[in-house]
Design a protein around this ligand. Sequence first.
Ligand code: PLP
Length: 454
Amino acid sequence: MSYTSAPVPAPLPAPATAPVETLFPREESQPRAVYDAIRDELLLDGRSRLNLATFGTTWMEDEARLLMTETADKNLVDTEEYPQVADMEARCVRMLADLWHAPDAARATGCSTTGSSEAAMLAGLALKRRWERRRRDAGRDTERPNIVAGANVQVCWKKFCSYFDVEARLVPLAPGRLHLTPETLGEYCDDRTIGVVGILGSTFDGSYEPIADLCLALDGIQDATGHDIPVHVDGASGALVAPFLDPDLLWDFQLPRVASINTSGHKYGQVFPGLGWALWRDADALPAELVHHVDYLGGEMNTFSLTFTRPASHVAAQYYTFHRYGHAGLRRLHLESRRTARGLAAGIADLDLFELLSDGDELPAFAFRLTDRAHALGLHERGIALAMRARGWQVPAYPLPTGMTDTWVLRVVVRTGFTPRLAALFLDDLRNAARTVMRATVGVPQELGALALG
Ligand SMILES: Cc1ncc(COP(=O)(O)O)c(C=O)c1O
């Protein structure tokens, strides 16, 4: 008996222009007809490889795709039924612990998540519980906890604060200071600070926050006030870039103050969207009361997550990419991306119409803006983004966070699959887009016409 294509009645012939239904369908339809209709509609979505807005992986090898398809029917949480994939998850945690210099990688504490956002919730909760325990032990209240980070934090940290009743103390940006810097910490940290979030790879411009210097500043604060404040590193992108490209950079568990680290396997871990990781430096950094022991489907397990059922595909794919590429392969891929990012950033700066806020030298991503002269002529970053969209490129235009909200930027994220050839085509299109926007806005003024762009 086949379960794949049961005979069903042919659908009614569709009118010449069928409206897009929103009511629950009453009848069955043929699988192929439904598949074709959905596929056609999806053509209207952008092409993911031209999406320079996302840090998410948009290219994977066929073997990894195949493994994802073959494990999509397995529930990651059914460890009794699928012990191998559960073991692969544990092995990935140990590999990351090794990569990030955890004191005892063999007994690493961590788990996979749906992305860095879930990992941030778990890490934030651990910081909160540890702080509460310390306060209670000292006979003090546990009211009004706060967390300190730069205003450039990704929205997941604002969500953490609002979901779990923690005050978000976000240090505003300033011209020339696009992320958290050590000298600002003293003003923002106090005895109710559960932790400082350092970002390895700011979402807004791809720059690394100086994690070692932040730790040093917190050492100073501890000496002066007695407040012992741990650091969580949000390495959504950078924790799977820096170990390969910047091995001398001090940012991970080698720094005793770093209590936990998160990353997105689906960013520079080369797995399609749906995977993150949260790791703690040791079992002490993860309060035991947060780990739930459950008996499920004949097995016993410890879970620490905000979700339950998840497909095994992403863990299988991550295990593949770690083994397939290893240290040397990820270095090769990310070096290519960094080279492409730097080359493209330099090409954009040469157009003489834009200025760079970062140059792709840390994460393979950079932000740029129109020059003041171009703004004075009425050009705007949104117009450039729209004109690029007409060619299929997705380049976000957005204002910077608190402290610099008047500054709009465009951002390019380079990932595996954005080849030097695509970068050259992108630059041509950017030049043409700028020309089109200029013509539409101001005609072609003499002063701009003379530029490389003209
Ligand atoms: C620094 C940072 N943290 C957290 C996130 C959220 O990650 P995810 O999309 O994996 O939930 C992002 C996403 O871009 C990010 O850049």
